[in-house]
Design a protein around this ligand. Sequence first.
Ligand SMILES: *Cc1c(COP(=O)(O)O)cnc(C)c1O
Length: 363
Amino acid sequence: MTSNTINNVVVDHGAIEALKSFSLPADISFGKALTPVMIEADYDNGKWGEFKLVPYRSLNIDPTCKVLHYGQEIFEGMKGYNTKGAGPFLFRPDQNAERFNLSALRMAMPEVPINDFLGSVETLTSYCADFIPVNSGESLYIRPFMYASESNLGIKPSEKFKFLVVASPSAAYFSSGSVKVLVEEDAVRACPGGVGAAKTGGNYAASLLSMIEAKKKGFHQVLWLDALKKEYIEEMSGMNFFAVYGGEIRTPSLTSTILNGITRKSIIEMAKHLGVKVVEQEMKIMDLLEDIKSGKCSECFACGTAVIITPIDTLGLANGELFPLGQNYGPTTKKLREALLNLQEGTGEDPFGWRIKLEAASY
Ligand SMILES: *Cc1c(COP(=O)(O)O)cnc(C)c1O
């Protein structure tokens, strides 16, 4: 027997060999170490072929592969948890599957059937359960993605696509614990009618120059404003934004230019459950900065799968003006971060049914 089928995913014999001979590097950071296996599937002639668990390997790409020229690519970011060996768990993977297909629609790419997406992620996580680090804050970072794989320079939507899922046993994203954020008053990340709500590589490419400039000035991240007026807060390059006002949390309401974060959405539902008031509304940057100065706004944080909930200790403007919020975790940021981590890592109750328990595969 050379293969076995689980969750509708074909498990290649070579994948088992790769798993057996793998050991996790002693020193892991975020996204550098990779599991020895990955998921692969090809779309051609209007349909998906087999979804397979295969050994991790380099891809053989023709120089005219369309993604290299026209950027037709989408991705997801999610995590597998095995904190203190309680897992493996996934957190709301159905939400990633749905969002992946919304991104696909916007980028003129085929949907991946929800069951194939979930089967792929579950199979990869089950087989890599032994490689998920077990300390709180660590996880298996899982990256499903799809790209236009047809080879020719014609400017037409591709008819061939490749779907892959790779995974990285990872430590916490920010080693610093809190971040300094520069308000980007010039460049924009997303404009109405564009692709800001899709998880596509181009949005990240468009954000990098600002990030480099911000780093030169001593910041870790930039906060993007709306493209038209540069008055309203949108989000950060790969994270959503929240501000704490007394016992209340505020976040910009979703628009076509803000990525609908699953962490954002989960924090909103979780906060309501914990009795923390949530306000989703347009947020003017100048009002926020004034409120930080006056103390009305006492905490700000960034949230996303990779960064979980990370406190912002300072906001800054290009003119050098700084708006400090204090280095340490504020009480609301801390409470929400702990509640979210307990949910994700299996150390707390899950009244929402968000945590999915998997079985570790034996091989
Ligand atoms: C992925 C992403 C987020 C965070 O989404 P999560 O589902 O919470 O991980 C926020 N903003 C952008 C631009 C993103 O790409």
